[in-house]
Design a protein around this ligand. Structure first.
Ligand SMILES: Nc1ncnc2c1ncn2[C@@H]1O[C@H](COP(=O)(O)OP(=O)(O)OP(=O)(O)O)[C@@H](O)[C@H]1O
Ligand SMILES: [Mg+2]
Length: 355
């Protein structure tokens, strides 16, 4: 006999003990009537009371043993497994509805585990996608190099119209692989906290102008104008890692050219925000769909893979940018509309001077 799930153990014992005395009393009354003897009501009631108490305590003992042996074992195992939040200390006595209490605790525990499993599943999916991306990105240049080498070995080496070109193309593919591996290394070193920043005070307007000059030729090919806000003709000092911030600006300006439109323009603006300086890089290019915006800073994410690859992109640039800004304990965000343009805005700590 198993106690019903909705009946507490105490009620279940009362019902069972009452059932026993009812059955015994009925048997006694029927046999007394059959033998035409008088029914001795008082001794019957006393015996019933004794049997009731005896059966109640026997049931109680058996149930207690069952609960302590079985349920408490389960309870303790879960208690041990529950690492973050410990079980509330609970007394396992028969006065309480133990089974529903344990059930409550187990459900709560299962809910926590379910959330953990969901998070692990997400991480696992992310890891699988990441590995797939890495191998895909490296496989493409590897197969290209293999193709060039096989053609050269097949006689191409003696053909002056292709031999030099195929070697140059192989060299470019190797450069691409190196750049992917280096970018991944930078990201992983930021993630493990291995990369230390070299903080100093410098003029961000001058650095932006350096980056503009560096990318001017590339921008001109697409007739894109790169403008650094002229409102600030005097220097604006920030306290940051100059070379890392140069990397950030190169990436953002380079993206604005790659994903900008012919005859478009890009502007770098500065806004004073009390303790910090807000730097905005805005373009009037392709823009990004709202659904893709939250994924822009993910490793290998590209809105249009083929277009980005054509431009030599692997989708690691913005991930590095975010890591650099966050390593400075600062923030970066993006606003964008398809066909209107994109603005990346990040903050840096202000400094009074170069010293
Ligand atoms: N200014 C922008 N306008 C429109 N889309 C952009 C802009 N900047 C980035 N994106 C989108 O975000 C994606 C990720 O950019 P990210 O800089 O990380 O990679 P990438 O430029 O493709 O390659 P990499 O920077 O590694 O050479 C791009 O592929 C592009 O689809
Ligand atoms: Mg980029």
């Amino acid at each position: 006999m198993n106690p019903d799930r909705n009946i507490s153990p105490s009620t279940w014992m009362l019902i069972n003990s009452s059932a026993i005395i009812i059955v015994l009393s009925c048997l006694y009354i029927v046999s007394a009537l059959a033998m035409e003897e008088n029914i001795l009501w008082i001794p019957l009631l006393i015996t019933d009371a004794g049997v009731f108490l005896l059966s109640y305590f026997i049931y109680r003992y058996i149930l207690e043993k069952f609960i302590y042996d079985k349920i408490k074992l389960i309870y303790k195992s879960i208690h041990k497994l529950k690492s973050k939040k410990s079980f509330k200390e609970m007394e396992l006595t028969l006065d309480k509805d133990i089974i529903s209490k344990v059930n409550e605790e187990v459900s709560e525990w299962a809910q926590d585990r379910r959330q953990e499993i969901e998070e692990l599943k997400k991480l696992e999916a992310y890891r699988r996608e990441f590995l797939g991306n890495v191998s895909h990105e490296l496989k493409t240049p590897l197969f290209n190099i293999q193709g060039y080498i096989l053609t050269l070995l097949d006689g191409g080496l003696d053909d002056p119209t292709i031999n030099k070109e195929y070697l140059q193309r192989s060299g470019k593919n190797i450069e691409r692989m190196i750049s992917i591996v280096e970018d991944l290394e930078v990201i992983s070193r930021f993630e493990t906290g291995e990369l230390k920043l070299d903080i100093l005070n410098f003029d961000i307007v001058a650095l932006s102008n350096d980056v503009r000059e560096l990318l001017e030729v590339k921008a001109k090919r697409k007739h894109i104008q790169l403008n650094i806000s002229r409102e600030f003709d005097k220097p604006l000092y920030v306290k940051a890692d100059k070379e890392r911030i140069r990397q950030v600006l190169i990436n953002l300006l380079d993206n604005s050219i790659k994903y900008g439109r012919e005859n478009g323009s890009t502007k770098v603006d500065f806004f004073d925000m009390d303790e910090n300086l807000l730097i905005e890089v805005s373009d009037n290019g392709l823009g990004v769909d709202a659904k893709d915006i939250p994924r822009l800073f993910e490793r290998f994410f590209r809105v249009d893979k083929s277009r980005s690859r054509e431009q030599g992109g692997s989708g690691l640039g913005l991930s590095i940018v975010k890591h650099i800004i966050e390593a400075h304990q600062q923030t970066i965000n993006v606003r964008s509309s398809i066909g209107v343009g994109t603005t990346f805005a990040f903050t840096l700590q202000k400094a009074d001077s170069v010293h």
